[in-house]
Design a protein. Structure first.
Length: 164
């Protein structure tokens, strides 16, 4: 990701950071490239962009990569927290994720046979001398991470227009 020293001077990022309420984020287009964005949460400054092959500057991960990163981080944290609470010898985790858009081939009652289904494949590597029972339980716990539960439950998104 781009260090904050490389941030274009078109915005006062520090003052924007101070305006962000806890639990909120602000995403601002930089103007430096067609799709480049700064993501602020009051404490951190990240960069998102699209790959060059679709017209972006590739200054940071794209939106789907950020989504996968959020799911992977939450999965790892949840599994590690559970193992620590149980006193299990989990030494580390690796979470690999990939997003796909697949055509729904199996939907017998779908009105649109060409409907796309969003799919995420997630692979979890548990590092440490865990028993097979512990590994199985940690796999179950992975599905209980808050981001996983949010994504699988569906999200109501309300969008409003701010006054300029």
């Amino acid at each position: 990701m781009t260090p904050t020293t490389d941030v274009p001077p078109i915005r006062d990022w520090r003052s924007l950071q101070n305006e962000i309420e806890p639990g909120s984020v602000l995403v601002v287009s930089t103007g430096a490239a067609p799709f480049e964005q700064r993501l602020l949460d009051g404490r951190h400054l990240l960069t998102a962009d699209e790959p060059a092959k679709v017209g972006g500057g590739d200054a940071g991960p794209g939106p789907y990569e950020l989504l996968l990163m959020a799911l992977g981080a939450c999965t790892s944290m949840t599994v590690k927290m559970y193992a620590r609470r149980k006193g299990w010898p989990l030494e580390g985790t690796e979470v690999r994720l990939r997003h796909y858009r697949v055509y729904n081939q199996d939907c017998a009652d779908c009105e649109n046979k060409n409907a796309l289904i969003e799919r995420v494949d997630r692979s979890l590597r548990l590092i440490g001398p865990l028993s097979s029972e512990q590994r199985h339980r940690l796999l179950e716990i992975a599905d209980k991470c808050p981001v996983h539960r949010t994504l699988t439950a569906g999200v109501e998104i309300r969008t409003a227009l701010d006054a300029v």
